[in-house]
Design a protein around this ligand. Structure first.
Ligand SMILES: Nc1nc2c(ncn2[C@@H]2O[C@H](COP(=O)(O)OP(=O)(O)OP(=O)(O)O)[C@@H](O)[C@H]2O)c(=O)[nH]1
Ligand SMILES: [Mg+2]
Ligand SMILES: [Zn+2]
Length: 307
């Protein structure tokens, strides 16, 4: 029966229609008719960009009949009130969180939540600081970059508009499937455009009034960049609620805590109030960054959303 099935990779998802690249290289439009064989995962989008799918050719349409087991995915809780989750992309080799320290500013709370998510799937992750042309005196930038480097994360400073730092980024994403994610207006699409000869994505100014992005990109989409690799550009997200990481394992995804866990007095230590906690001791001694620890507690307490 499976002989009639075609294999494809989802390149774009609008929710009702999907652009799927078939094995022969052609891109077709497909949809889901009837019941989809799903992994048991409740998400607002059952099919994400990067998903490998099986399809049936039911001319004039193609019908997606199942989603193959994902190697990994980046998932977030999209809303405080509902339990719904959103898969941002699947089957990626590298996750780039595109951040800016100004216009709009990305908080370390957002960065740390993203890192917990990708860390829990062992997805190599790079923090891309964009708009460095706007940083002025760069003390804070240098500090934050050094912090994440010291924790073992890859960081890159770029300016997408000035095409600064792009060679380093290109070397990193070479021959990979890379996700670009981050707040609206940080320059994800501008960066994508900077990597190709002619613009392929729409971009727009950050609002002068609110300093926020305008949610220009509305659907996630994968692009084949000749000589570089595949890049998935995604719509800007405001909050990143952590999904699927148990309280008891959260500290494992903070590298500076992970290495201390065996030294805590209690093996079910939450590292928040227990006596004999090696994490609290390291914090007191200034060996753990306070902001990082604060973010740990905030994630532990499920304070995932801005009000
Ligand atoms: N100064 C400066 N501006 C930049 C840089 N990169 C992007 N921008 C500007 O930031 C604004 C937003 O860029 P976009 O590429 O649309 O942002 P985005 O992250 O794709 O936003 P969404 O699609 O809404 O998620 C545009 O006006 C860009 O020109 C940069 O390196 N420096
Ligand atoms: Mg965009
Ligand atoms: Zn502890």
């Amino acid at each position: 029966m499976t002989e009639t099935h075609l294999h494809g990779i989802v390149y774009k998802s609008t929710g009702s229609w999907y652009d799927v690249r078939l094995e022969d290289g052609q891109t077709i439009k497909a949809r889901v008719k009837g019941k989809l064989k799903l992994q048991n995962l409740r998400s607002t989008n059952p099919i994400a960009v990067g998903d490998k799918v099986l399809l049936q050719d039911e001319a004039p349409d193609y019908n997606i009949v199942s989603v193959l087991q994902r190697e990994n995915y980046v998932i977030r809780k999209s809303n405080k009130l509902s339990k719904e989750t959103q898969i941002i992309a699947a089957n990626i080799d590298l996750a780039c969180i595109i951040v800016s320290l100004v216009d709009p500013r990305t908080s370390t709370g957002f960065i740390d939540r993203f890192l917990v998510c990708t860390g829990s799937y062992h997805i190599p992750t790079c923090i891309v600081f964009n708009k460095i042309d706007l940083y002025g005196h760069a003390d804070f930038y240098n500090e934050i970059k050094a912090l994440y480097n010291s924790l073992g994360y890859i960081t890159i400073g770029i300016s997408a508009t000035q095409k600064h730092g792009l060679d380093e980024l290109i070397a990193l994403i070479q021959n990979k499937t890379t996700l670009f994610a981050g707040h609206s207006g940080v320059g994800k699409s501008t960066l994508l455009n900077a990597l190709v000869p002619e613009a392929i994505q729409k971009t727009s100014d950050v609002s002068g009034f609110s300093g926020q992005g305008k949610h220009t990109t509305t659907f996630a989409q994968m692009f084949d960049l000749p000589g570089i690799g595949k890049v998935i550009d995604t719509p800007g997200i405001r909050d990143f609620g952590v999904v699927g990481v148990e309280d008891t394992e959260l500290a494992h995804f903070f590298p500076e805590m992970r290495e201390l866990l065996s030294q805590c007095k209690f093996n079910n230590c939450t590292h928040i109030h227990e006596p004999g906690c090696a994490v609290l001791k390291a914090l007191e001694e200034g060996k753990i960054n306070q902001g990082r620890y604060y973010n740990y507690v905030s994630i532990y307490n499920n304070e995932d959303f801005m009000d």
